[in-house]
Design a protein around this ligand. Structure first.
Ligand code: ZN
Length: 362
């Protein structure tokens, strides 16, 4: 991420902190100075900020390390002044796994609350006056309260929040994932409207949360449902049934003009409707330069070709896209060529699905 400072790589996951944090530090110091506070209070304030974001980071590691158990890696964790973002490669599709990954973050904060509470009890009982003074009195209590707020806020059942994913996962036990997504998004937006209404009259902060949740729930729902729709697409839906094809008996000189007309970098070679292979323009040019005008194209088809069945899913198509440098992917059924999918088309679709790897909340 741009404008970010690399702070370390615990458990093999890079953690970055956004430069706008400096603004937060300056603002916090300024607030203290305004109130006539001295060096000690400012230091304690900054220590508290550090502790708070340590809790946020642990929350993100909760998600990331749980995802790792299911073979999903995390690109990085970014700390922004508004919260943390763990960029998971993807969310698990299995509702049980999605539930575990989503709930792991808030669960970390619950664990922190319990630890802080025990620590406070311990200090109270042993009456450690010194530590009480050093921590400035409310440090642990404030941190505990903030962690409770983090749990509650993240469990709001609306999409940018973990709670939205928890709800979707729970619904997905009973219904199709795409439907679960739509229901969860609607619940989130309904809730957001409640926040906005309530916030208008009682609390501007709730109004702000409501708008944030409403926009987030809508955006995420759109993205997810687009991804879901894409996932249901097979190569049969994508393939073009009319494409320039070359007969296996054609010679280099015959094919050269076909290539120039079509301007395709590759073309399929067929024997009737039977699939034979793919030949590239580059290969034809090479043969022309060698003067092999009468060489039949069947001698020039690519080796180790990837073909797909009409029922191949988007994931299989994307795998092929990444593994080979083919410009066209022949769709073959029982040896018969039924259509082709172009690399260009796949690149376009892949672009639309990429933002789905992000997982964020505040
Ligand atoms: Zn989270």
């Amino acid at each position: 991420m741009k404008w970010s400072l690399y702070i370390g790589k615990p458990a093999g996951i890079k953690v970055f902190i956004h430069w706008t944090f400096i603004l937060l530090v300056i603002w916090l110091s300024w607030m203290h100075l305004q109130q006539g506070h001295g060096f000690f209070e400012i230091t304690m304030g900054l220590l508290f900020l550090t502790a708070l974001f340590a809790c946020v980071t642990l929350h993100e590691f909760g998600h990331a390390l749980t995802a790792r158990r299911y073979g999903i890696e995390t690109q990085d964790i970014n700390l922004l002044p508004i919260g943390g973002v763990a960029r998971l490669e993807r969310m698990p599709e299995d509702p049980k796994q999605e539930l575990a990954v989503a709930i792991a973050g808030p669960a970390v904060n619950v664990a922190i609350v319990v630890c802080l509470y025990l620590l406070m009890l311990f200090f109270e009982q042993t009456e450690m006056e010194l530590s009480h003074r050093v921590t400035g009195g409310n440090f642990l209590a404030d941190l505990l309260v903030i962690n409770i707020i983090l749990v509650v806020f993240n469990l709001i059942p609306a999409f940018p929040m973990d709670g939205g994913r928890v709800l979707r996962a729970l619904l997905a036990f009973k219904m199709k994932r795409s439907k679960a997504t739509r229901v969860a998004a609607s619940v989130g937006q309904l809730l957001a409207m409640g926040f906005i209404l309530f916030g208008l009259f009682y609390n501007p902060f709730l109004l702000f949360i409501g708008i944030f949740v409403f926009l987030g729930a809508g955006a995420e729902a759109n993205l997810v449902s687009r991804q879901e729709a894409l996932r249901e697409i097979t190569s049969r839906d994508l393939m073009k049934a009319d494409y320039p094809a070359i007969s296996h008996t054609a010679s280099v000189s015959m094919v050269a003009s076909t290539f120039m007309e079509s301007r395709e970098p590759e073309m399929v070679v067929t024997d009737g409707d039977r699939f034979v292979g793919i030949v590239s323009y580059k290969r034809i040019i090479e043969e022309l330069q060698k003067g092999h005008f009468e060489n039949p194209v069947i001698n020039l088809v690519k080796e180790g070709l990837h073909t797909l069945s009409p029922s191949a899913t988007m994931d299989q198509l994307f795998d092929q896209f990444h593994q080979s440098d083919q410009h066209i992917f022949p769709i073959v059924e029982n040896g018969r060529l039924v259509g082709i999918v172009s690399r260009q088309e796949l690149a376009h679709l892949l672009n639309q699905t990429e933002p789905g790897t992000h997982h964020g909340h505040h």
